[in-house]
Design a protein around this ligand. Sequence first.
Ligand SMILES: [Zn+2]
Ligand SMILES: [Zn+2]
Length: 286
Amino acid sequence: MRRLETGMSASLFSTRRVGDVTVTAISDGYMPDSLGFLTNIDPADALRLQHNAGAPDPTALHVNGYLLRMRGHTVLIDTGTGGLRQSGGKLKDNLRLAGVAPAEIDAILLTHAHPDHIGGLLKPLDDVGFSNAELVLHESELAFWQDDGHLARASERARGAFLIARQAFDENRDRLRTFKSGEVLPGITALPLPGHTAGHTGYRLDAGGNSLLIWGDIVHFPAIQIARPDVSIAFDLDAELAATTRSKLLDSVVTERLPIAGMHIGELGFARIERTGAGYALTYDE
Ligand SMILES: [Zn+2]
Ligand SMILES: [Zn+2]
């Protein structure tokens, strides 16, 4: 189920129906990354897993946002890089190609506030075209990036992320809505997934007896980290907690047979997880 019933342009993007909700993976493009940021794995093993998965550029990271068209709401989950560091930045144009103008979005849900998720929001929402949207995120995510103590202890690389997150929050102070857990919009429940960041969150959609989990950065390189959930990445705030969260989540989506989507699982955007010998495997939904 990759095509919408309506509109030729919409078939450009991976789409699935969950009850009466239409969910579309909106590509933001690619950003350069490095397998050297991975921990707990030999770089040669990481490269081999990427080659085995047929990755054309084994070090490139793909970025998605997700568009949810539901009764009464048009929702975007994450906003891509906004073109920061000359990478990605295609989300808004692709949203238009999918048939939705930014002003039609009434809620932007954030999985977390890293630059490749919040980069599209560095000016007031009115200026970037999302003129009717509220900005919704976990209260721990907002608190973390605003904490001067955390900023003072941050590495040079992480310091840039603080400044970007703060800029997005400062520009949109009057649009922010935070949550702890529970339902954030009708049929959309926040699932705290701490470790990658303090308030890292997945969103579970339940509609018409069907479900879909949209996660943020549970994996950066799916071919590596689904097979080896113990492999973390330098961007994880707490690598150990991130690995524990990843393992528990993979176990529960397999047990529940819950289809998943995620910001770095690739252009196809929707997948299922299966258990293999020691780890897991990801199969894209066609
Ligand atoms: Zn992240
Ligand atoms: Zn990310």
